[in-house]
Design a binder for this molecule. Sequence first.
Ligand code: SF4
Ligand code: SF4
Ligand code: SF4
Length: 180
Amino acid sequence: MAETTKKIVQEIKIDLDKCIGCRACEVACSAYHAKPRYSSINPARSRIRVIFDDLNDVYVPIRAGDYTPAECTGRHTYTINEKEYKECSFCGVACPARDYFKEPDSGLPLKCDMCVSDPPLSEPMCVQVCTCDALTYVEREIEAGPEVSREEIEIGLESMANKYGWKRVIDTVARMSNKD
Ligand code: SF4
Ligand code: SF4
Ligand code: SF4
């Protein structure tokens, strides 16, 4: 019988009632991921974007998730408290349907990395700067699923290379992995 292993899942809880739309999280994320670190601020490079939901008059912080090469064909529309939300409102995916979560220079997708660094931060940057406590960092222990295989990684890279070309993918990965 396979041995059960545990892993820590990092999570950022979002409380819309506390978000005032100051966008400090966007600024902090883009500065933290600038090369060299803190050398520039450009919210277009941020892995968190604050969307204004004008139907409900609330700000909605969305963190960047995985990249998809194809936008959804069957989309969801959410109705909450009898108000309708736009189809992509709560989606954190970098996809061709919109401009969010794309590196402005290369067009390559951006993904939240929970501010991985060595030594680790006490909390991700966006959480640290959110003085309204709209963002809360938590860690949970869960049972580990199967690891991502080398083959799956290669399929993901090949998918991006088919869209952007290997040179842009390799150049961008090299630039993003440069030490500060
Ligand atoms: S820093 Fe906090 S309050 Fe400001 S926009 Fe981001 S989530 Fe909202
Ligand atoms: S942004 Fe999200 S919901 Fe909208 S088309 Fe792309 S993947 Fe689908
Ligand atoms: S956790 Fe880090 S990488 Fe993710 S959105 Fe927040 S600041 Fe950006």
